[in-house]
Design a protein around this ligand. Sequence first.
Ligand code: PXL
Length: 270
Amino acid sequence: MNTIPKTLTIAGSDSSGGAGLQADLKTFEEYGTYGLTAITSIVTMDPDNGWSHGVTAIDPLLLKQQIKTATAGGEIAAMKTGMLPNVEIIKIVKETLEKGDIKNIVIDPVMVCKGEAEVLNPENADALRDMLIPLATVATPNLFEAGVLSGMGKLKGLEDMKEAAVKICALGAKSVVIKGGKSLENGDAIDLFYDGKEFEVFSLPKLPTNNNHGAGCTFAAAVAAGLATGLSVRDAVCKAKDFAYAAIKHGFAFNQYVGPVYHAAYRLCK
Ligand code: PXL
């Protein structure tokens, strides 16, 4: 029997390779899991226009067919969601997860691409909150997304993060990790984990680099892969923090506009 744990990402494609399902698949591989994908959207970046992003949603029927394909091989040990470009697609993901076959569900509530100020689609945030957060084994919002999901707006420090974490679990997520990353103005790169009962702060020194494109996707994918390999949620989050930290530390400049993380760094760059 094949005992290699399977991991599925339902996410957007980032042809520049740092974020999206490319980040997820590379991370799944690093953890020794067998990665599967269903593409929700294709993101392109234009070097002739200041790296402006274009997001093209996949036909919903095509997403359904991909999910059918990816789930046709038996048990999936863990899955994660990434960019979900519209409410119809969020609904398809909800219906997939409600079947109950996948036990470990990481909801990464992607609302913006780095460097793009606009929220992808305002009604998406409500649909993510109402349809997917209640199904999450663990939700992995960044600081901005946690502010939106909790209805608190801009989160300014650890106390705000704690309040937001409680509110996000009250929406139905079993646990949440808020990726403060380097977004808090003072101090270290702080991530806050809350399992519905207790808080745990994961803190590492901020790295002096802008080459961190894909860090959020990589972190969430690492949590999913950790769960797939049998770690507890808390231990999966702890290992994911180290995995993402190494990936950011060894990020590189792809061109003048973007610097992705290096997904193999945890294994290769010690
Ligand atoms: O980092 C957010 C993100 C998620 N998914 C895809 C992306 C991006 C940002 O560029 O392209 C596909």
